[in-house]
Write a protein that binds this ligand. Structure first.
Ligand SMILES: Nc1ncnc2c1ncn2[C@@H]1O[C@H](COP(=O)(O)OP(=O)(O)O)[C@@H](O)[C@H]1O
Ligand SMILES: [Mg+2]
Length: 417
């Protein structure tokens, strides 16, 4: 814990506000720091320390604009006792002095903050201990990226000279913060990509295991069985027995052939490449080999091939679930494009289930659907209630409206330019 600052006497600034040469020294130190330190928080903590030291104030906070949430977030602080709250103190843009400064892009000199209507008390920043403050905006090439606040415990008259000196720090800091935010975003993206690659490999392995299980449990078993029946036919004592055995071989081989066809369609339906998504969905529905009534309402859309492949896999897994778990008599699949993007819905009239308990299970079918939707930048909704059927809804927004959409996501009616 650092020494409590002397609250009786105001300290003399190490650098006087108008001492341009000394402030230039601070700016140089910040430039050196920006080259050495790529961690934005660590960098802003050092800048806050430098500013605090130079101004002999009692606290320095750097708030950074977060556009997604429309908030300013405390990203650098000095003295060190505020370090634990860095990253967690947030103010809506427009609220509090930092929010006001970030919104308007102009500085604020506040001698008595308790009489300033813009001031908002933040317990984590121990507002009760400070009286005066100066706040300057960090204005970068693309707008305001934050606010630099300097607080004094005792009433202090920060003047225009203080503000000018701090503004030159803020101007320099703005570009650094902008780069730092972009760098952090890049790191985040990279981590996401790594997670995605790991998940893709996991999904591939799961697919392979499923295919191996299909071949082992279905095709192989039938072939082995057919072989025994063939042997029995060869050594049959009479033609009636031999014919009965050969009929069994016939049935087993035709079942094995059906299973092999289903497995091939499951692996990669050639029809997806040749005729597109609607034909592939129609073909996979027809190959289910059940009494399930299937209503298809599929619009012909031109989608990127990776989008088609993912939507196809989603339908395939959803249909397998209906067959395996739903005891349904009907399933409806619809694919449509509108102003809100592409919508895929798979709905059955089966027994339904509790999605929360399924989520806790270690199966990967539904989580695979969720993952595929997420990778496409689509939303995934699962509505199911015991006894009330199940509906899966995937909505793929038009290009540019999802975080990871690609330009070729935009659906166009088939045949349009
Ligand atoms: N259409 C459905 N109708 C009824 N239950 C379903 C349906 N889809 C999924 N479930 C339930 O959710 C569980 C998880 O599904 P899933 O993740 O695909 O794993 P798996 O199919 O391997 O069991 C299933 O075990 C089943 O209980
Ligand atoms: Mg499943």
């Amino acid at each position: 814990m650092s020494e409590p600052p002397d609250t009786q006497t105001a300290r003399a600034p190490r650098i006087r506000a108008g001492d341009d040469a000394a402030w230039s020294g601070i700016l140089r130190q910040i430039i050196d720091l920006s080259a050495e330190e790529h961690n934005l928080r660590a960098m802003l903590r050092r800048v806050a320390e430098l500013v605090l030291d130079a101004t002999a104030a009692d606290a320095c906070f750097v708030h950074v604009v977060e556009h997604d949430s429309a908030e300013v977030v405390l990203m650098g602080a000095s003295p060190a006792e505020f370090e634990p709250v860095v990253g967690s103190v947030r103010l809506p843009i427009g609220e509090g002095i930092a929010g006001w400064v970030a919104q308007r892009g102009c500085p604020a000199l506040v001698e008595d903050k308790w009489n300033d209507p813009r001031y908002r008390y933040i317990p984590a920043l121990r507002g009760e201990e400070f009286s005066s403050l100066v706040s300057v905006p960090l204005v970068g090439p693309h707008g305001v990226v934050g606010a630099l606040n300097v607080h004094a415990r005792r009433p202090r008259h920060f003047d225009l000279k203080d503000m000018e000196a701090l503004s030159s720090v803020a101007n320099l800091l703005a570009g650094i913060v902008e780069n730092g935010v972009l760098y952090d975003r890049l790191l985040h993206r990279e981590a996401e990509l790594e997670r995605f690659a790991a998940r893709t490999i996991e999904l591939q392995e799961l697919d392979r295991r499923r295919i191996a299980a299909d071949i082992h449990d279905g095709i192989s078993q039938r072939l082995v069985s057919a072989w025994y029946h063939l042997k029995a036919a060869q050594s049959a004592p009479d033609t009636t027995t031999s014919r009965a055995e050969m009929e069994a071989v016939d049935g087993l081989l035709s079942d094995a052939l059906d299973e092999a066809r289903r497995a091939i369609v499951g692996l990669h339906p050639a029809v997806l490449d040749d005729l597109g998504l609607t034909a592939a969905i129609t073909s996979v529905s027809a190959s289910l080999g059940t009494d399930l009534a299937i209503d298809l309402d599929l619009a012909e859309l031109e989608l990127a091939s990776h989008v088609e492949a993912s939507l196809f896999r989603i339908v395939q897994e959803a249909l397998q679930n209906v067959v395996k778990h739903a005891s349904a008599s009907r399933v409806a699949i619809s694919l449509a494009a509108g102003a809100e993007g592409v919508k895929l819905a798979i709905s059955d009239d089966g027994r339904g289930f509790d999605p929360d308990s399924a989520r806790a299970a270690t199966s990967y079918g539904l989580s695979g659907i969720h993952e595929r939707a997420r990778v496409l930048g689509a939303s995934f909704e699962l509505c199911s209630r015991s006894g009330d059927g199940t509906t899966l809804l995937i909505c793929l927004p038009p290009a540019g409206e999802s975080s990871n959409s690609r330009p070729d996501h935009r659906p166009t009616p088939a045949g349009s330019p």
